[in-house]
Design a protein around this ligand. Structure first.
Ligand code: ADP
Length: 487
């Protein structure tokens, strides 16, 4: 399909109480293509009053949606999943246009994002309670699950579809209503997905979408509303910390998927072919713009030169360009700030003595491109080992023994995911117990799966998305005691 035809089908307004409407005062914000810098579409730019209207709609719709039979909620999600699969190519192209990821990866994200809708359509009808005697035998204990209430969902720009479905689907499955605020850089995919939910029969007010260039004030007003019961956020740790503080007065349930600084450890007993393939996937998926992206390659000294040469050869063969062009595996970074950050981290490492093996340059515009880059022998203390790179830069540090590798890997406030390559089972098991991360890839470079509990330890967050755990983020437990009916 022609791009302009697709873009014309994406709504421009705010979805509030089942209607697409303009923002207060007709304010708009511009969405750009990061590969060309060109304007893609102008959409509604919500004010604080618009945010409050969305909150009103979510609160008003909650009682009826919570009382809707789980099977009906499940079928709405299943219908949405089927529609999403039918429109997979449209969603993939839209993500490539607004976010920049190569089309093949955008197709992968449609599959991944749709899986959350299918998974939670299945989970909706499987929420269970328990019934049993108390140990004294004097009473009966009933444990039941209830939707938490209206939720506010804030999503980032790097996975425009999957981050939205990973929150919306479990919320709806549990019987919650939502206001969702997508990232202002990539709002179109969420609007397109919301339109699909409406087409599938979503009642008015159950999902409300506010797109805004003033995320701070609009969010603060919604988070401060006493009817809100839950906040789910995916984004950077500093913003997550600020939102947690805002959520405290309302004692809101919170889910926080924050930053990462993933170690990727290659032991001397690793299968190097697998490790190189895993490294390329763990680093360059989404042009490195993923909180699960491997940030630090910690490689045993006996293999480090061969590992470095092999990844460098692959990196030098990567094609850079707009994600719609065939063969491209490195699209643009999201904006100028992202390019400046990659440049600053690489320059700092090189100034401290790291060796630049490939790349290292930002490209001339239009578009915000940074070359895929390899730096080896990165000295401890370099910024690139402490900060989340969020770009196509592979930084390598040698190590000598297992304790050394574990110490380097855990030397960060983050704890989202780790990757370990070893053919030694006992060593792999030791790593499961020693690495301080919420997820781990053991001889594999990508761990995301709708059926798994995604989430981090330490500064990487609170709560889990996906898996059996995912729906419980949107449910609250009630325990009831009744006397022994036999007296
Ligand atoms: P990133 O660095 O990946 O852009 P952010 O944490 O800045 O991550 O953004 C993630 C999401 O948080 C986006 O939807 C953004 O609009 C939103 N956001 C940013 N600042 C605030 C804020 N002060 N209050 C609420 N949401 C915010």
């Amino acid at each position: 399909m022609h791009e302009s035809e697709l873009l014309a089908r994406v709504p421009e307004g705010l979805l509030i109480n089942g209607e697409w409407r303009p923002a207060e005062g007709g304010r708009t914000l511009d969405v750009h293509d990061p590969a060309t810098g060109q304007l893609v579409k102008q959409i509604a730019d919500a004010s604080v009053a618009d945010g409050k209207a969305a909150m009103d709609a979510a609160a008003a719709a909650f009682p009826a949606w919570a009382a809707t039979p789980a099977r009906e909620r499940a079928e709405l999600l299943r219908h949405t999943f089927d529609l999403l699969k039918d429109r997979a190519e449209d969603f993939a192209l839209l993500m490539t246009i607004e976010m920049g990821k190569p089309l093949a990866e955008a197709r992968g994200e449609v599959t991944y994002g749709a899986e959350f809708v299918r998974w939670f359509s299945e989970e909706a009808a499987h929420v269970q309670g328990r019934y049993g005697a108390n140990p004294e035998g004097t009473g009966r204990m009933i444990v039941s699950q209830h939707p938490v209430g209206p939720c506010y969902l804030i999503t980032p720009w790097n996975f425009p579809l999957a981050m939205a479905t990973r929150k919306i689907a479990p919320a709806l499955a549990a019987g919650c209503t939502v206001v969702i605020k997508p990232a202002e850089l990539t709002p179109l995919t969420t609007m397109f997905f919301a339109q699909l939910l409406v087409e599938a029969g979503l009642p008015a007010g159950v999902v409300n979408v506010v797109t805004t260039s003033t995320a701070g004030p609009v969010s603060e007003a919604i988070i401060g509303d006493p009817r809100l019961r839950k906040l789910s956020f995916t984004g950077s740790t500093p913003v997550g910390q600020r939102l947690l503080a805002q959520a405290a007065p309302g004692v809101l349930r919170t889910s926080m998927e924050l930053g990462g600084n993933a170690p990727f450890i290659v032991f001397d007993d690793a299968d190097l072919d697998k490790a190189v393939a895993g490294a390329m996937a763990a680093k360059f998926r989404n042009v490195g713009q993923a909180c699960t992206a491997a940030n630090r390659f910690i490689v045993h000294r006996s293999l480090v030169e061969e590992f470095t040469e092999r990844v460098t050869a692959q990196v030098k063969g990567m094609k850079i360009g707009r994600g719609t062009e065939s063969g491209v595996s490195i699209g643009p970074l999201i904006d100028d700030r992202a390019v400046a950050k990659a440049r600053q981290l690489v320059d700092d490492a090189v100034e401290r003595g790291a060796e630049l093996r490939a790349g290292g340059q930002a490209l001339e515009g239009p578009g915000t491109f940074y070359e895929p880059t390899v730096v080896s022998d990165v000295p401890e203390g370099s910024d690139i080992l402490r900060e989340e790179i969020f770009g196509p830069v592979l930084a390598i540090v040698p190590f000598d023994d297992e304790d050394d590798a574990v110490r380097i890997a855990n030397d960060t406030e983050y704890g989202l995911v780790s990757y370990v390559y070893t053919e030694n089972l006992a060593r792999g098991q030791r790593m499961i117990e020693r690495l301080e991360t919420g997820m781990m890839g053991l001889n594999i470079g990508v761990v995301s799966n709708a059926a798994a509990p995604f989430g981090g330890w330490k500064f990487s967050g609170l709560g889990r998305e996906g898996g059996a755990e995912g729906i419980h983020e949107y449910l609250q437990t009630k325990y009831t005691l009744t006397p022994n009916p036999f007296g």
